[in-house]
Ligand binder design. Structure first.
Ligand code: GLY
Length: 305
């Protein structure tokens, strides 16, 4: 048994480990762990601690994938709802669909008993408004939000607020290989923007026969390259895990236009190997690893691409 997650998974990783140790279904264990990450305000890229869109509204994305069946459930740009990885799991279990977004996802949440809550954290609201005050003229501020937002989306890209995500991957010879994600997405994103975290093939993919991958940071890169699917397809074609991730990195590296920034690829294979590779993200990237031979989870450093 192996469990892999990015560093921001710390509030929920031990819960998932404990549940897996006790024999839980892998996706149930990962969704329970991610729900804890989503409610922890000190994690500033996921759930309640995350950042709002340009209008100051939280729009959350989440997903699950069962690698045994390749069933997927995802939700995108969901307002007033937590936990969204759990909501994505319910989409997978209850609907003939793969993805719900926006008001439809909110409606489904109400139908199945999720409460409707203001999930905008006071500090996120303060930082968002201060940022707008810096960027907008007094005339624009007076008219806000009835101003064109597109020019703003080109200027208020915020390098201090990373486009992070929480990603969990589990691999077990009997339970199979599974993936789950959750994020508040890009700080100050244009309303309705989806990142890669709810997009199967881009932000996550799992196939128990070969392996799984999930990405953090710039969804605008991985959505253009189907990064997670590239890794798993390369495994299917016989690449080693390390070469499969290298291929996905090469494809990211070939992009030369549009919004270009960093990506971290987390990957596991069906043989029990794992790789976490940092492509152009600043600073040291770390991740959580637990294998059933380990008494405690370990925080390790990602490789540089
Ligand atoms: N990878 C998170 C996002 O782009 O929203």
């Amino acid at each position: 048994m192996l469990l892999l997650a990015n560093k921001e998974a710390w509030p929920g990783f031990p819960t998932t480990v404990q549940m897996l140790r006790e024999g839980a279904i892998s996706l149930d264990a990962m969704v329970a762990g991610i729900s804890k990450v989503e409610s922890e305000v000190r994690v500033r890229s996921v759930g309640y601690g995350g950042w709002p869109n340009m209008l100051g509204n939280m729009e959350l994305d989440g997903a699950v994938m069962d690698g045994n069946t390749r069933d997927v459930g995802t939700v995108g740009a969901v307002p007033n709802t937590l936990p969204v990885a759990r909501l994505a799991h319910e989409v997978m279990k209850r609907l003939p669909h793969v993805m719900l977004t926006g008001d439809g996802a909110r409606r489904f949440a109400s139908e199945i008993g999720f409460s409707e809550d203001d999930v905008l954290f006071e500090d996120s609201k303060r930082v968002w408004w201060e940022r707008l005050e810096k960027e907008l003229s007094p005339e624009e501020l007076a008219k806000f939000p009835d101003i064109p937002l597109a020019p703003l989306s080109r200027t208020i890209t915020d390098p201090e607020r990373v486009r992070d995500t929480t990603v969990f991957l589990s691999a077990d010879p009997t339970r199979g290989i599974h993936a789950a994600t959750s994020t508040s997405g890009w700080a100050w994103k244009y309303p309705g923007r989806l990142g890669d975290s709810p997009i199967p093939g881009a932000g996550f993919y799992a196939d128990s026969r070969y392996g799984a991958a999930a990405c953090t940071h710039t969804g605008e890169m991985t959505m253009r390259c189907s990064t997670a699917r590239t890794v798993v397809l390369a495994l299917k074609f016989g690449y080693s895990l390390s070469d499969a991730v290298k291929l996905a990195v090469e494809e990211l590296n070939e992009l030369s236009s549009g919004f270009l920034a960093g990506v971290v690829i987390h990957a596991v294979d069906a043989k029990g190997n794992h790789e976490v590779v940092n492509f152009r993200c600043e600073g040291e990237i770390r991740y959580w690893l637990w294998e059933d031979s380990m008494p405690e989870p370990e925080l390790r450093a990602a490789k540089q691409a």
